[in-house]
Write a new protein. Structure first.
Length: 295
C-alpha cells in the first residue's frame, strides 16, 4: 500500500497525474505464498479503491483469489468483500500463461492482462468503447472454463468474466464497474468521464488568473465546445447532433457576483455517454409466405 509522503507503494502514485488504471497482481502472489491472509487481501483492495476514489481519475482492477468456483466468487464478491465503487472493476477467472523464467506454464491473476487490454482498446478504438469482447493475448487456458449459466449468475453482481469461445479464443466478456449506481454501471462510461474531465482541466489551464468577465466566459465555452464536438464525432457521445450529445453553460447565471468576488469561475458541462450493447435481443417469429400485414 505504501505511503504518499514517502512516494512508496501505490499510495506514492498520488504524485503522478498521468495514471489511468491501477492493478496490484503481486498482492495475489503474496497471498499464495502465505505472506498475506484473505483479510489482508481485502484491506489492500479497499486501499486501492480508496486511492482511485481520492484521485478520481483512475480505476482499480481487482483480482479474485485463486482456485474459486463460480458460486465461491459470487460469495467473495457479495458477502465477503461487498465492494461498491464506480472506480473499480473485478475480473475472474485466473489465466494460464507461459512463464519464461520458470520454464513452465503458470496461473496468474487477470489484472495485468486486463490493464493491457484497456490500453490496447484505448489506442485502437477509444476510451468510450467498452474494453470487452477483446482477445486475451498470451492466454493458454483459463483456470476454469465457465458456463453461460455461471456467467449469467456473475454478470449481474459485476464480476467481469473471462471466457473461452470455440473458434474465437479466450475473450473478456464483461465491462462493469463495482458500483451499485446504474448511472456508473459501465466501465467505459466511468473512464470516458475521467478522460473528458482531465482533458478539459488541462486544456483550460490558461483561464487561471484571467479577468473573470463575459469575454472569458465566451472563450471558455468555445474551447470546451470545440473539444466535446470532437469527442462526439469520434462516436463517444449519444446523439445525432452536438446539441443532443452535450451542453456547455458559462454565463452570468452560473457566475454571479458573489462567486466572482471569491475568485471562482464555474463552467457547467453535461455529456450523454454511449452505453455498450451488453445484451443483444433478437425477436424471431414465424412468417407465413404471402400472408397479409394483419397476420
Amino acid at each position: 500500500m505504501g505511503n504518499a509522503a514517502d512516494r512508496t507503494g501505490f499510495a506514492g502514485l498520488e504524485a503522478i497525474d498521468e495514471i489511468t488504471m491501477l492493478c496490484v497482481p503481486d498482492l495475489m502472489a503474496a497471498f499464495q505464498a502465505g505472506a498475506l491472509s484473505e483479510e489482508d487481501v481485502k484491506a489492500v483492495q479497499l486501499a486501492m479503491i480508496a486511492h482511485c476514489e481520492l484521485m478520481a481519475d483512475r480505476v482499480a482492477i481487482i483480482d479474485t483469489p485463486p482456485g474459486l468456483k463460480a458460486q465461491q466468487v459470487k460469495e467473495w464478491r457479495q458477502d465477503y468483500t461487498g465492494y461498491d465503487s464506480k472506480y473499480a472493476a473485478m475480473y475472474w477467472p485466473w489465466i494460464k500463461v507461459a512463464d519464461p523464467v520458470a520454464g513452465k506454464q503458470v496461473f496468474v491473476p487477470p489484472s495485468g492482462h486486463m490493464a493491457g487490454i484497456w490500453a490496447r482498446n484505448d489506442s485502437t478504438r477509444g476510451v468510450h468503447k467498452a474494453p470487452a469482447n477483446e482477445v486475451v493475448r498470451g492466454a493458454v487456458t483459463l483456470e476454469l472454463n465457465i458456463t453461460k449459466g455461471e456467467h449469467d449468475q456473475l454478470n449481474p453482481v459485476a464480476v467481469n468474466c473471462i471466457r473461452s469461445f470455440r473458434g474465437q479464443g479466450i475473450r473478456v466478456w464483461g465491462a462493469r464497474t463495482l458500483s451499485s449506481d446504474p448511472e456508473w454501471r459501465y466501465l467505459n462510461v466511468r473512464r470516458l468521464f475521467n478522460y473528458v474531465e482531465k482533458s478539459i482541466l488541462q486544456g483550460t489551464n490558461w483561464v487561471v488568473f484571467e479577468p473573470n468577465d463575459p469575454k472569458l466566459w465566451d472563450s471558455v465555452k468555445r474551447t470546451v465546445t470545440m473539444f466535446l464536438r470532437r469527442v462526439w464525432r469520434d462516436g463517444a457521445l449519444f446523439g445525432k447532433s452536438p446539441a443532443e450529445a452535450f451542453f456547455v453553460k458559462c454565463d452570468e447565471e452560473n457566475n454571479p457576483p458573489e462567486n466572482r468576488d471569491a475568485g471562482i469561475l464555474t463552467v457547467e458541462i453535461g455529456i450523454a455517454p454511449v452505453k455498450p450493447a451488453e445484451f443483444v435481443v433478437f425477436r424471431i417469429s414465424q412468417f407465413a409466405e404471402g400472408a397479409g400485414l394483419e397476420e
